[in-house]
Ligand binder design. Structure first.
Ligand SMILES: [Zn+2]
Length: 416
């Protein structure tokens, strides 16, 4: 086995110290992996590797950042810090001065260096594979692909990977799989398959694998579709573990049913309610879950932020609080403090709703035609608890609540 030698100073990223690993460290973010998915697959006898690791290694939970959306959490994981530090609080914010809604899925919006970039600068080899390419561009910020010590690509654009931008080419051949569809379980499977190949070949010191929640948006824990996804995942977990690595798995957020008994999404159309009460054009509701891939969630999640003039903030809070299913309606300062959010990338009021409800703008603005199954989604406090599973025992300091963005700390500092 290619044992790496633990020499040199700790690597510091955003004020946190990480030990140099003695063997490769692999961190996996299983997108939307609500607690229960893995346990149900194990109960069905479909995940023997995870079953074994969870008994001999570590099996606990951690809290995601709020909003419990994909990008804020992936960026928190890769920087080890909350959105207040890295600046990515969702997929959209409203630029008050320019008067436009701005998509935040570009690397220029990221304000903090990544743990991977700092490890590469410290002379270690790093690798990253994401399902979607936009996330790869964000998470890959600061990596230098000219030195042969970094590889980063996405399943989505695996066929376009090239040496200057990804540190690798001919990825389809390398992984031995065809280019997967964007809306498919295969997009995530490609990530795992690539991870196994990279671990055995490139042998990175630190690797990050991040999947897509296509399956979790459609299928509940224990369902046939979910179980077959986790059975597939389990096979790769076994291969990664056998290849010799410290393997730690977490999720960006959980996932819950968000529909009525008849299968229709259970939506609070917040913009409609605010317009009716205060007049059209007085408020602007932004749903930071909105992205170019809305088919599986219709841009409906359990977190919204409202932009409004300061004198109307109390009125918006009062109206929102009176809506059945709204659990949190607080001014921005309080939300930034409580959820560690960047003040300039969030509205004036933050609204969260209950486990089985979602927040929308107005009915006409949501294209729900892509929802082929009753809505499952995320974004709120009820999707904040996620798994933290390792193939080695971990020692958590007394009284410390683990966050999902502690996953590199767990993998590099807390494993025994
Ligand atoms: Zn996600």
């Amino acid at each position: 086995m290619n044992m790496h030698v633990n020499v040199g100073a700790d690597v510091v990223a955003n004020g946190r110290s990480y030990r140099r690993p003695e063997q490769p460290v692999v961190v996996i973010c299983i997108d939307g992996s609500e607690p229960g998915y893995i346990e149900e697959a194990i109960a069905a006898g479909l995940a023997p590797n995870l079953d074994r690791l969870m008994k001999t290694g570590a099996n606990t939970t951690a809290l995601s950042v709020i909003p419990s959306f994909t990008n804020p959490n992936n960026l928190s994981i890769i920087t080890g810090r909350p959105p207040a530090v890295h600046g990515i609080a969702g997929n959209f914010f409203y630029d008050r001065e320019a008067g436009v809604e701005v998509m935040m899925n570009d690397a220029r919006f990221l304000r903090a260096p990544t743990i991977l970039a700092e490890f590469q600068k410290a002379g270690l080899k790093v690798a990253m594979v994401t399902a979607k390419d936009k996330l790869r561009t964000l998470l890959g910020k600061g990596l230098d692909f000219t030195s042969g010590t970094a590889i980063a690509f996405s399943s989505e654009k695996a066929d376009k990977a090239n040496l200057p931008e990804n540190g690798i080419e001919n990825v389809l051949e390398f992984v031995g799989k065809p280019l997967p569809e964007v809306y498919s379980a295969d997009l995530s499977e490609f990530v795992f398959a690539a991870g196994v190949k990279l671990l055995n070949g490139f042998r990175p010191d630190v690797m990050y694998l991040s999947t897509t929640d296509y399956v979790q948006h459609k299928a509940a824990p224990g369902s046939e579709v979910a179980n077959s996804f986790y059975a597939m995942f389990d096979g790769y977990v076994g291969q990664l573990d056998a290849a010799g690595c410290t393997l730690v798995m977490t999720a960006d957020h959980g996932m819950n049913d968000k529909h009525l008994p008849n299968g229709e999404p259970d939506v609070i159309y917040l913009q409609e309610i605010l317009d009716a009460a205060l007049g059209a054009g007085v408020t602007r509701v932004i749903l930071p879950i909105t992205d170019p891939y809305v088919a599986h969630h219709g841009a409906l999640g359990s977190f919204a932020t409202v932009y409004v003039d300061a004198d109307k903030v109390p009125a918006v809070i009062e109206i929102a609080k009176a809506i059945g299913g709204v659990t949190v309606a607080i001014p921005a300062e309080e939300a930034c403090e409580r959820f560690e959010l960047p003040a300039d990338r969030i509205g004036d009021v933050v609204v969260l709703c209950d486990r089985h409800k979602v927040l929308g703008t107005s009915a006409a603005k949501h294209d729900l035609s892509g929802l082929t199954e009753p809505l499952r989604s995320h974004g709120g406090l009820t999707e904040q608890t996620v798994p933290m599973i390792a193939n080695r025992a971990i020692e958590i300091p007394e009284g410390r609540t683990l966050r999902n963005f502690d996953v590199f700390d767990v993998a590099l500092n807390l494993v025994r």
